[in-house]
Design a protein around this ligand. Structure first.
Ligand SMILES: Cc1cc2nc3c(=O)[nH]c(=O)nc-3n(C[C@H](O)[C@H](O)[C@H](O)COP(=O)(O)O)c2cc1C
Length: 402
C-alpha cells in the first residue's frame, strides 16, 4: 500500500509565483495514493487556472466562499471535515497574515478556521517579505497555535533576489505529510476494526438488531488513523459518515462481518472488535413476509460465530481488543471475557444508562488487561477513543518487546 493511501489532503493554493509548483505537488500526492481536493484563493487563480487543478485532481476546484452552488455541493464546513490534513502551498505573506489574525474573508481562510485538522503551511515569497518582522511574527504565532511551517528554502528567487523564501520542492512537501502520518503512536501498524450493529434477517422485511450507533467504533477508527495507523473498518449498518482516511467495508449480518473480518485478519497487527454483533440469528430466514394470522409465533435462533474469539485463536493472532457492553457487573463480566477469549485487552462499558453507551455521544470505559486496569472517565467518545488508543499502543509495544 502506498504511503499516503486513502489519506485526504486538502490543498490550499494562494496567490504567489510558486502556485505552479502546487500542480506538481498534487501529482506527487496522487502518485502516493492520496485523495486531493483543491481550494484556491481568488489571487491564486490569477497565477494558475482552476482548470489545471481540476484536470489533475479529477475533482471540482473550490474558489468562492459566497457561492450558493458550491455551498450546495461541498461547502466550507464539509471541506473542513473531509480533510485529514490541510496544506497551503504556496502560502503567501498576505494569507499568513490573514490566518494569524483569525480572518475568514475567503473560502480557504474560512475552511482553515473551521477545521480542527492538522494545518501545514509552505510559505513562498520574496526574501524581504519573508524576513520582515511582521511575517515572522505571523508565522511564529501560527506555529504556536499548532500549524507546521514547512520551509521555506533559500536560493535564487523568481524576482532575482537570493535568500530565504523559496517554497519547498513538491517531493519534500509530500515527505513532510508522510512523516506526519507516520510518527503517531500506531505509526506503520495495520488496524482492523469492527463497529456498529449487525442485522439478522427474519424475513425479507424484518430483522433483529440492537441500539449500537457505531459512534464509539468510528471514533476509535478515527483516533487510530490520527495515531498513524492504516485502518480497515468493517461496519454494520449505521447512520454516521465513515471516518476520513479509513478503508470502510460495509456488512449487514453477523455472518457477513465474520467472513469479511476473517478475510482481512491475517494482515492486521491489531484487531479491535467494537461492533455489537448479534449473538443469535434466526435459524431459518422466511422467503416471504411472515403474515399476521397467528396469535403467537416462535422464532428459533441459532448462535452466531464468535468473531473475536476466532481471531484471537488464530496461530499468529493480532493484538486483540474486545469491547464489553453490559447492563450490570461490568468489570466482572469483562474480566471473564478477557480470560475466556484470551484477549489482550477489553474495554468495558455500562449500557442502558442515560447519556452513556449505545447511541450517546459520551461514554466511560473500564479498560482491563491481564495484569492491569485503567478507568477512562465519562467524556465525549472522540476524546475517550484517543485515550484508549494510547493504552492500546502502550500495551501493544509492551507485548511485542518481550
Ligand atoms: C507577479 C506577482 C507575484 C507575486 N508573488 C508573490 C509571492 O510569491 N508570495 C507572496 O506572498 N505574494 C506574492 N504576490 C502578492 C500576492 O499575490 C498578494 O499579496 C495577494 O493579495 C495574495 O492573495 P492571497 O493570499 O489571497 O492568495 C505577488 C504578486 C504579484 C503581482
Amino acid at each position: 500500500m502506498s504511503k499516503l493511501q486513502n489519506r485526504r489532503i486538502l490543498l490550499g493554493v494562494t496567490g504567489g509565483i510558486a502556485a505552479y509548483k502546487a500542480a506538481e505537488f498534487l501529482r506527487v500526492c496522487q502518485t502516493l495514493g492520496a485523495k486531493v481536493r483543491v481550494v484556491m484563493t481568488p489571487a491564486a487563480t490569477e497565477f494558475v487556472t482552476p482548470l489545471t487543478f481540476q484536470a489533475l485532481s479529477g475533482m471540482p476546484v473550490h474558489t468562492k466562499l459566497l457561492d450558493a452552488e458550491q455551498e450546495a455541493g461541498m461547502g466550507h464546513i464539509s471541506l473542513a471535515r473531509w480533510a485529514d490534513v490541510i496544506i497551503v502551498a504556496p502560502a503567501s505573506a498576505d494569507f499568513v497574515a490573514r490566518l494569524a489574525s483569525g480572518m475568514a474573508n475567503d473560502l480557504l481562510s474560512t475552511v482553515v478556521l473551521a477545521s480542527t485538522k492538522k494545518l501545514m503551511l509552505a510559505p513562498a515569497m520574496n526574501q524581504v517579505m519573508y524576513t520582515d518582522e511582521k511575517t515572522q511574527q505571523n508565522l511564529a504565532k501560527l506555529a504556536e497555535l499548532g500549524a507546521t511551517i514547512l520551509g521555506p528554502d533559500a536560493g535564487l528567487q523568481a524576482c532575482g533576489d537570493v535568500g530565504f523564501g523559496r517554497m519547498l520542492e513538491p517531493e519534500a512537501l509530500a515527505e513532510e505529510i508522510m512523516n506526519y502520518f507516520h510518527t503517531g503512536e500506531l505509526a506503520g501498524l495495520k488496524v482492523l476494526l469492527t463497529a456498529g450493529p449487525t442485522r439478522e434477517a427474519i424475513d425479507p422485511v424484518r430483522y433483529i438488531s440492537n441500539h449500537s450507533s457505531g459512534k464509539m467504533g468510528y471514533s476509535v477508527a478515527q483516533a487510530c488513523v490520527e495515531a498513524g495507523a492504516t485502518v480497515t473498518l468493517v461496519s454494520g449498518p449505521v447512520q454516521i459518515e465513515p471516518p476520513s482516511g479509513v478503508e470502510t467495508l460495509d456488512v449487514v449480518s453477523a455472518e457477513d462481518m465474520f467472513e469479511t473480518v476473517m478475510a482481512r485478519s491475517k494482515e492486521a497487527d491489531i484487531f479491535i472488535a467494537a461492533a455489537a454483533v448479534a449473538d443469535y440469528t434466526p435459524l431459518n430466514v422466511e422467503s416471504h413476509k411472515v403474515k399476521k394470522n397467528k396469535s403467537e409465533i416462535q422464532l428459533n435462533l441459532s448462535k452466531t460465530k464468535d468473531i473475536l474469539q476466532k481471531v484471537a485463536g488464530l496461530p499468529a493472532a493480532p493484538f486483540c481488543v474486545g469491547f464489553a457492553a453490559e447492563t450490570e457487573n461490568v468489570e466482572e463480566y469483562a474480566r471473564v471475557k478477557l480470560d475466556k477469549k484470551k484477549l489482550d485487552m477489553v474495554a468495558a462499558n455500562l449500557v442502558g444508562v442515560e447519556d452513556s453507551g449505545f447511541n450517546s455521544d459520551n461514554n466511560a470505559l473500564t479498560v482491563l488487561w491481564s495484569n492491569g486496569r485503567a478507568e477512562l472517565g465519562s467524556k465525549p467518545k472522540s476524546a475517550l477513543a484517543k485515550e484508549l488508543v494510547t493504552l492500546i499502543a502502550k500495551r501493544f509495544y509492551e507485548k511485542n518487546s518481550v
